[in-house]
Design a protein around this ligand. Structure first.
Ligand code: GLN
Length: 317
């Protein structure tokens, strides 16, 4: 067995018993998650996959979708146009906060928190709502390498309880940051959050970003190489909500988390890594997920400022 696989197995067994944190319940459908679910997947660009645990368990992608829809908006609009509608500044506030929306520019701070993500989704082009959804699903499919589906129960659960998100959309409509009909933007946003993935899928998606936008398994391009730097930059500064600074300090690679318990992270030019474990801390990040990434970053030296020293090499360790 490879040393990487042995390390993952050991980590999995060490952390499996960690029971701190809570399963998200503000979206009723998410409360049904099994708190024991735990999977770790690493997909390297030189063709290796190292996995342990519940890596085939499906769950809804939630906020991790924001990364990929931002990429799509960059393709649809170009970065300068997009910057007029959605900034790239970390908020230091919870992901569902409204407090900064009414300040200064009225522009949502960044596309990794809900307000910015709803504005970004509202910009996705298409002939009608079905066409916009189909374009979005096709985009996710290029990253995953397989067909993807929306979990209808979660979508309906979010749509019927997403009052904060609806309030943000109304505020942004008032400021001219999104257009009517806002119900379309919200439906599309709730649907993107309800796309079903596995930890393995997320690792392949991350590996695609690590590989300048080309899925390393299928060879298909998922996003223009010229947009990858922008996507990774906002992930690095804003992807872990109001824990982004701590994450950059401790783990040191672009990442994004979601309330269903996934964390996806990109080791540029090396690998994509994903962890799935639904128990969340107060910031909404997976408790076991954070521990896994801290341990992996230490073990493999993939903090960006270690990487620049040429340290990280999954296959030789
Ligand atoms: N769908 C969730 C919401 O809008 C996504 C939040 C998240 O994963 N942080 O509240």
């Amino acid at each position: 067995m490879s040393q990487v696989q042995a390390f993952l197995d050991q980590l999995y067994h060490e952390l499996k018993g960690v029971s701190a944190g809570q399963v998200a319940s503000y979206i009723p459908e998410l409360a049904r998650a099994n708190p024991d679910w735990f999977g770790i997947s690493i997909v390297t660009l030189d063709g290796h996959t190292y996995e342990v645990g519940d890596v085939a368990q499906k769950f809804t992608i939630q906020s991790i979708s924001k990364v990929f829809v931002y990429g799509m908006a960059l393709e649809d609009y170009g970065r300068d146009q997009l910057l007029k509608k959605v900034g790239v500044e970390p908020t230091g506030d919870p992901f569902n906060s409204l407090i900064r929306l009414d300040e200064d520019s009225k522009r949502p701070e960044n596309p990794m928190v809900n307000a910015g993500a709803i504005a970004t989704t509202g910009l996705i082009t298409g002939a009608d709502l079905a066409d916009r959804l189909n374009r979005m699903l096709a985009m996710f499919q290029r990253y995953v390498g397989n067909e993807v589906f929306v979990d209808v129960s979660t979508f309906i659960s979010e749509r019927s309880t997403g009052h904060r998100n609806r309030a943000m959309a109304h505020l942004m409509l008032n400021f001219g940051m999104i257009d009517q009909p806002i119900e379309d933007a919200l439906d599309l946003y709730f649907q993107q959050c309800s796309v079903l993935v596995t930890a393995h899928d997320l690792a392949v998606m991350a590996a695609t970003l690590a590989n300048q936008g080309v899925n390393p398994i299928t060879g298909e391009r998922a996003v223009g190489a010229n947009h990858v730097r922008d996507i990774l930059s906002v992930m690095y500064t804003c992807g872990m909500y109001n824990f982004a600074g701590e994450w950059a300090f401790r783990v040191g690679i672009p990442a994004k988390s979601g309330v269903s318990g996934g964390i996806l992270a990109v080791v540029p030019n090396r690998a994509g890594i994903a962890v799935f474990s639904p128990l969340l801390d107060g910031h909404g990040n997976s408790v076991r997920g954070l521990k896994v990434f801290e341990a992996l970053s230490r073990q493999y030296g993939f903090h960006l400022f270690d990487l620049s020293l040429g340290r990280c090499n999954f296959t030789q360790t």
